[in-house]
Design a protein. Structure first.
Length: 181
C-alpha cells in the first residue's frame, strides 16, 4: 500500500536498461548513436573496443554499449551482449561485399550471445544511398524469417547521416524496453 502512495506522489519509476549496438566495422554504429544523442551526424572514428554512453528519457535510463566491429574486437561481444536488455545490429545496406559476413556474425550473436526474449532491432543503414538493399529483400536474404519463432526482431531502413528512420526505429525499441518495467 505504501509503495502505491509513493508512486502516485513521485511518479513512475525510471527503468534502467542496457543496450548493445553491434555490427561490422563501418556499418554506422557510432554515427547512429551520435544521431540519437545529438540530433545530427558527427564525424566519427572507428570504435576500438567499447564506447559506453548514457541517455536519459522520461521513463528510461539507457546505458548504450557501442561495440567495435573489427574482427579482433568481436571476441568481447559475448560478455556484453549476454547482459543486454536489447541488441541493435546495424548493417551497411549498401555494402554487398560484406553482406554474407554480416549475416553470419548476426546469426552467431543470436544463437550464442543473447538472452531469449530480448528485443533485437536490425537497422539497414545507409538508406540514403541508391545501392542500399530493399527492406523486403534484406529480410529474406538475411534469414530473419526463420528466426521469427526464436527472437522478437524488427527491421528499419535508416540513415545515420540524415536521421531517416531512426526516430521510428528507436521509438519502437524504447517502447518495448519501457513496457518491461
Amino acid at each position: 500500500m505504501t509503495v502505491s502512495i509513493f508512486r502516485r506522489l513521485f511518479g513512475k519509476k525510471t527503468k534502467e536498461a542496457n543496450m548493445t549496438v553491434c555490427g561490422l566495422a563501418n556499418a554506422g554504429k557510432t554515427s547512429t548513436i551520435n544521431y540519437l544523442m545529438y540530433g545530427d551526424s558527427k564525424t566519427t572514428i572507428p570504435t576500438m573496443g567499447v564506447n559506453i554512453n548514457n541517455i536519459d528519457f522520461p521513463n528510461l535510463h539507457l546505458k548504450i554499449f557501442d561495440l567495435g566491429g573489427q574482427t579482433g574486437f568481436r571476441n568481447f561481444w559475448t560478455q556484453i551482449n549476454e547482459k543486454s536488455d536489447a541488441v541493435v545490429y546495424i548493417v551497411d545496406g549498401s555494402d554487398q561485399s560484406n553482406f554474407e559476413e554480416s549475416r553470419e556474425v548476426f546469426h552467431k550473436v543470436i544463437e550464442t550471445q543473447i538472452n531469449i526474449g530480448i528485443p533485437v532491432l536490425v537497422l539497414l543503414n545507409k538508406a540514403d544511398l541508391s545501392e542500399c538493399m530493399p527492406r523486403a529483400e534484406f529480410i529474406q536474404k538475411f534469414g530473419l524469417l526463420q528466426l521469427s519463432s526464436v527472437i522478437n526482431w524488427a527491421v528499419y531502413k535508416t540513415s545515420a547521416k540524415s536521421g531517416k528512420g531512426l526516430v521510428d526505429a528507436f521509438t519502437y525499441l524504447f517502447h518495448l524496453l519501457e513496457q518491461e518495467a
